[in-house]
Design a protein around this ligand. Structure first.
Ligand code: FAD
Ligand code: UQ1
Length: 450
């Protein structure tokens, strides 16, 4: 069987160790200075660190990152669907950071851009010439009353977004035998905006394979006014939902959970007076997200929404030319994905290198983002698009259809590409392949696109 849905040991999930080895004593325990400080050793931070590690001296490249582990988060969707274990998505942070760099295992507490200084929770003071902010998005499970309680006990509430909770999804799915299965999308910016619905399609497929689909009512309740931001893929996804009998409720936002009664309360964002209580057997929650507090409280560095205020083309800070941002915490209005961070990594590297030489940044980011919309255990619609929400597709055929090849790419090709190429600074997104394929096939393209 191709559907190797191994029932997993119900292992204790592994919390993100944000507080590991930290002291809360605000002493100036250690003073450091460096040419380039990268705050955040996740996807974007690691990719750019690897590029600079090839040219800077070790002591000149400092990465500030509190976690013991680095996760390849795009695998969480499959793990939640029972394909693979959370261990396959995890590496030790020390093994993904470049050897030719200094890792300070601590957390930024305060940015002082006027003085080129970052203070850490553990009492370090780090002075830099150049700063790259790559702190990603915090998962705010605490923002929904009842959610943390529901996630602390059995009862069908789960969330693919955190390595701490991702195992709960397949646990809930394995015992799902009737009632409502509800999937939510919060009223906040999120990373990978396709992920809240990908798991909904996997659940549908799993239930069909196990002949339980007709017993379960599947609902996708999203705060957004659309199923997906890019019309071409939205049209394809509406078709999928219709075919699979998935009920999509737009502008519907989860506001609280009563786990004793297994009930969830939703508000209609267009008519806030209307609140609906729905019973659930399974509730997959995508939590509200925000940039970390040390960042969003810093009005000097961020825009009104708390994102690092950068030029959307050059990714350079609008007020501090020695500061850049990459990934989910940046104000660039692209869809927040690892694919976007890959494309940004080359732009940040080129532009930061230019600024280090006293030149103007020349390289531009076009907003490229990609979202492999898994629609079953053997199919995927590969969405790729730019700032204008126009498709920017790699392959020489129209990508708005469910294909096994795209599922294979997502499951089998992307993880090694991530670990071996991207985190070593060698993957800047598929633009060269896109150009090559579209150039070579230009004459034949009309025939290939149906
Ligand atoms: P992250 O990789 O999250 O890294 C941020 C780092 O900053 C973390 O290591 C954190 O510990 C650190 N940090 C936080 N606060 C501080 C602080 N105060 N001081 C120092 N360090 C700090 N993308 C895709 O392209 N394709 C997909 O299919 C896909 N699927 C996804 C599915 C799920 C369920 C999830 C959760 C994400 C998915 N993504 C996908 C999105 C992708 O994982 C993120 O967009 C990407 O990891 C963003 O990289 P980043 O460097 O901005 O943030
Ligand atoms: C991609 O570049 C990327 O970054 C590493 C992802 O994140 C895991 C992706 O999911 C995808 C689909 C891309 C785009 C890559 C190709 C080959 C189209």
């Amino acid at each position: 069987m191709i559907y190797k849905l191994a029932f997993k040991n119900f292992k204790l999930a592994f919390p993100i160790l944000h507080t590991a080895k930290l002291s809360t004593t605000p002493l100036n325990r250690d003073k450091h200075n460096c040419k380039l400080l990268i705050v955040g050793g996740g996807t974007g931070g690691c990719a750019v660190a690897a590029k600079f590690a090839k040219s800077l001296n070790k002591k000149n490249l400092v990465i500030l990152e509190p976690s013991e582990h680095h996760y390849y988060q795009p695998l969480f969707t499959l793990i939640g669907g029972g394909v693979g274990s959370v261990e396959t998505a995890r590496r030790n942070e020390k093994d993904v950071l470049p050897k030719n760099s200094v890792w300070i295992q601590d957390q930024a507490a305060e940015f002082i851009p006027k003085a080129n200084v970052v203070h850490t929770t553990g009492g370090h003071t780090i002075e830099y010439d150049y700063l790259l902010i790559a702190v990603g998005l915090d998962l705010r499970y605490d923002k929904i009353p009842g959610l943390l309680d529901a996630l602390s006990r059995p009862g069908g509430v789960c969330s693919n977004y955190s390595p701490k909770y991702v195992d709960r999804t397949f646990e809930a799915l394995s015992v799902l035998d009737g009632g409502n299965a509800i999937f939510t999308f919060p009223n906040s910016p999120v990373k990978c905006p396709g992920a809240p619905q990908k798991i909904c399609y996997l659940v549908d497929h799993y239930l069909r394979l196990n002949k339980k689909r007709e017993k379960v009512n599947i609902m996708y309740n999203t705060s957004l006014p659309v199923i997906f931001g890019v019309k071409k893929y939205a049209d394809a996804l509406w078709k999928v939902c219709k075919e699979r009998d998935i009920n999509v409720n737009l502008r519907t936002n989860l506001i609280s959970i009563d786990s004793d009664k297994q009930q969830a309360m939703f508000e209609n964002l267009d008519k806030p007076d209307i609140k609906t209580i729905v019973e659930y057997s399974m509730l997959h929650v995508t939590p509200p997200m925000s940039t970390p507090e040390c960042l969003n409280q810093n009005k000097d560095l961020t825009n009104e929404a708390g994102f690092v205020d950068v030029d959307k083309s050059t990714l350079q800070h609008l007020r501090y030319p020695n500061i850049f941002a990459i990934g989910d915490c940046s104000s660039s209005p692209n869809s927040k994905t690892a694919a976007a961070a890959a494309a940004q990594s080359a732009v940040v590297y080129e532009n930061l290198s230019a600024v280090m030489k006293g030149q103007e940044p020349q390289n531009t980011y076009d907003g490229y983002a990609s979202c492999p919309l898994i629609t079953g255990y053997d199919k995927c619609i590969l969405a790729e698009f730019d700032y204008n929400l126009n498709p920017l597709e790699t392959f020489p055929f129209s990508q708005d259809r469910e294909l096994y090849s795209m599922y294979f790419l997502k499951k089998n090709l992307m993880p090694p590409l991530y670990w071996h190429l991207m985190l070593n600074g060698y993957w800047n997104g598929p633009a060269p392949f896109r150009k090559l394929m579209h150039l070579e096939l230009n004459g034949k393209k009309e025939k290939l696109i149906t």
